[in-house]
Write a protein that binds this ligand. Structure first.
Ligand code: HGY
Ligand code: MN
Ligand code: MN
Length: 415
């Protein structure tokens, strides 16, 4: 089966204009509920409508378009594919949109083929996958799979006093009811790999085995702000010096697990808020954002134990108080065999080589995998770069992966 590579490219390029930033590469900042997000959503809904899909927006802004071919039995559950349109600040144009518009291109290609699906086929765009504005992450898919209460999601605040409810209201995407992914026969997500394995192997498509578990936490270190000049070194309660020891302990714990396991464990401090954050004041307080992942739950727990031990010894050695509170905790998610084999046979049908791999990034598919069969496929990332304007996937690779997605959807849409 063929896809229209130019049409897919045009969709991704046009979507990349929303929230575009001046940068080397093709950067965009599209936070959930922003005006750029509204424009991206509007365009998607127009394109879904152009393709004859019935479009629905749910209470947390998830967008679902459904194609009901004449060949589909009325009561047949749909097969759905998709991803997200929001981005991290200064992210790239492929992380998310390749999956949403790749799914739409698959539907359009099936409509133009002689395939007669037994099932409806859906295209979904989940709200706030990145968690860059309202925190957590994979929010829309968590609501669509019963893992997050919609009212709780809508009440989440962006730190500037704006709730998700208000933000969605402002852009006209606070819909009715919630999507229920457990009603879907299967779900597939096309995504950029965000690593270098496909590029190094010269293989165009990755079929995901397991999506890594992810746990995030906020560490707080309380010392005492004081005069940087008049406070002798032995009288300080320096929160940032203490935090620096903790940052290195996070890195060491991640390295230890990576070296003793299958190099799939990672541990990061990606956020550091220093107060009052001025040069002539000994820092009184620090808040750190911690991100721990692995495909093995026990390994994640060993890392957290090491972090708790580190904070305990910091408190023993320094006049500071510490706390560590988890803010997100999602188990590793094995992908469904049925979806993996549909992707592999789809690749065979498309004459495309694949390689099996885990996903080091978290994705909506991990939420959906709790309630129905879910699968993922990757397209290569140039130099493995992502969450960066230099994120890039060649247009030919986008089209190749979309062809495999199309074949796999056709297979899953047969009874
Ligand atoms: O953080 C992640 O893994 C994803 O990009 N939200
Ligand atoms: Mn991302
Ligand atoms: Mn993503």
């Amino acid at each position: 089966m063929t896809v229209d590579a130019d049409r897919l490219r045009a969709d991704i390029e046009a979507n990349g204009e929303f929230g575009a930033i001046e940068s080397a590469g093709y950067g965009r900042t599209v936070l959930a509920g922003s005006d750029a997000n509204r424009r991206a959503r509007d365009r998607l809904c127009d394109r879904l409508d152009d393709a004859g899909l019935t479009v629905r927006v749910d209470a947390v802004g998830n967008v679902l378009g459904v194609w009901r071919p004449p060949s589909a039995a009325d009561e047949a559950a749909p097969v759905v594919a998709g991803s997200h349109l929001d981005s991290v600040p200064q992210g790239g144009i492929f992380d998310g949109p390749l999956g949403v518009y790749g799914a739409l291109e698959a539907v359009r290609s099936l409509q133009e083929s002689d395939v007669e699906p037994d099932r409806p086929i859906g295209v979904v765009s989940f709200t706030e996958e990145e968690g860059a504005r309202f925190g957590g992450g994979m929010l829309g898919s968590a609501v669509a799979t019963g893992q997050l209460d919609p009212a709780e999601a809508l009440a989440l605040d962006d730190g500037d006093g704006v709730s998700l409810a208000d933000a969605l209201e402002d852009i006209g995407y606070r819909g009715e009811g919630v999507l229920d992914a457990s009603e879907w026969a299967a779900f597939l997500e096309l995504h950029v790999e965000q690593d270098t394995r496909l590029e190094s192997a010269g293989v165009p498509v990755g079929v995901v085995t397991t999506v890594t578990g992810i746990a995030q936490a906020t560490a707080r270190i309380a010392g005492q702000a004081n005069h940087a000049g008049a406070t002798p070194m032995d009288e300080r309660r320096d929160a940032l010096a203490a935090a620096s020891e903790f940052v290195l302990a996070v890195e060491a714990a991640g390295r230890r697990e990576a070296e003793t396991g299958g190099n799939t464990a990672v541990a990061t401090v990606g956020r550091l808020d220093v107060r009052p954050n001025v040069t002539n004041v000994v820092p009184g307080g620090v808040e750190l954002g911690v991100d721990v992942r692995d495909v093995d739950r026990a390994s994640m727990e060993r890392i957290f134990t090491a972090l708790e031990d580190s904070l305990e010894s910091i408190e023993a050695e320094r006049p500071v108080r510490t706390a560590l509170d988890r803010t997100l905790d999602v188990d590793p998610a094995p992908m469904a065999d049925r979806c993996r084999s549909a992707l592999e046979s789809g690749a065979d049908a498309a004459g495309v080589e694949t390689m099996a791999m885990h996903s080091g990034a978290a994705h909506d598919a991990m939420r959906v995998s709790r309630v129905t069969d879910a699968g993922m496929l990757f397209a290569p990332s140039r130099d493995g770069i992502s969450h960066n304007p230099r994120e890039w996937t060649d247009w030919e690779d986008c089209a190749t992966a979309a062809r495999v997605l199309t074949e796999a959807l056709a297979e899953l849409a047969q009874k």
